[in-house]
Write a protein that binds this ligand. Structure first.
Ligand code: NDP
Length: 246
């Protein structure tokens, strides 16, 4: 157990998959948790009910991460409606796939906006609310550090930007006792990347452990970073990828 009682977290893209698992896990450790979603209101409300079933307060906020004003509002509403903000988890993400020559400017800009600009803007908005012990945790990808096949230039580029942002913010926020880290998951069974999808066996064969991991596996590392055990881990990029990049 990592004691998060009395703490408030915001998880972007918390309606499904890894974000939902993180939101529920942080609540299980005692935090009140707000989550954003883009269009999955029903799934978001289901996660809210699950968190409330754990005896914690929760909030589902519609906020497209491509819209910086919506991201700022979600951060501020979390602090206003749940009373404070201690943990920001930048998780919302998409998976653009295809030859880099065919990536249009619109898709390029939108992916940069969701993966990179939203994380930057959310951290800016969260900063005035965070106190000693505050946490910023971004969800990157092991494909930020190793690229085992083609078609993922846009995804890898935008996810690796989180590593630079994380290191820089660790320096800027460290003096206030705030830690900043990025967790790089590998193949994780979600709607984005089902364990029975067409490329799942290829992905599995890249891992040292020979398996697809679960969203709960990623949430466990996020909970550790968010809790007291994470107090001296900052500026780190942690692979949670079943050894795919080993
Ligand atoms: P899913 O597609 O299963 O879930 C994505 C979540 O993000 C949903 O809650 C979705 O909300 C939300 N979301 C997507 N776009 C936006 C947006 N523009 N604004 C707000 N919310 C948005 O993905 P995963 O759970 O698999 O992925 C979560 C994160 O983990 C992503 O950043 C992904 O890149 C990363 N990751 C995933 C891996 C995997 O193998 N699954 C591996 C490595 C990294 P809604 O329900 O409204 O659509």
């Amino acid at each position: 157990m990592y004691d998060l009682s009395g703490r408030v977290a915001l998880v972007t893209g918390g309606s499904r998959g890894i974000g939902a698992a993180i939101a529920v896990r942080l609540a299980g450790e005692g935090a009140d948790v707000a989550l954003t979603y883009r269009e999955g209101r029903d799934s978001a409300e289901k996660v809210v009910r699950e968190i409330e079933g754990l005896g914690r307060r929760s909030l589902a906020l519609q906020a497209d991460s491509a819209d910086p004003a919506a991201v700022r509002t979600a951060v501020d509403r979390t602090a206003a409606e749940l009373g404070r903000l201690d943990v920001l988890v930048n998780n919302a993400g998409v998976f653009p796939y295809g030859p880099f020559e065919e990536v249009g400017l619109e898709e390029l800009d939108r992916t940069v906006a969701i993966h990179v600009r939203a994380a930057f803007v959310a951290a800016q908005a969260a900063s005035p609310h965070l106190g000693e012990g505050g946490r910023i945790i971004s969800i990157g990808s092991n494909l930020a550090e190793r690229v085992p096949h083609d078609g993922i230039a846009l995804y890898s580029m935008t996810k690796s930007a989180l590593t630079g942002l994380t290191r820089a913010l660790a320096r800027e926020l460290g003096p206030r006792g705030i830690t900043v880290n990025v967790v790089h998951p590998g193949s994780t069974d979600t709607d984005m990347n089902p364990a029975d999808g067409p490329s799942a066996d290829d992905q599995r064969s890249l891992t040292a452990l020979g398996r697809f991991q679960t969203a709960d596996d990623v949430a466990a590392t996020v909970a550790h970073l968010a809790g007291p055990g994470g107090r001296t881990i900052t500026g780190a990029a942690l692979l949670v990828d079943s050894g795919a990049n080993a």
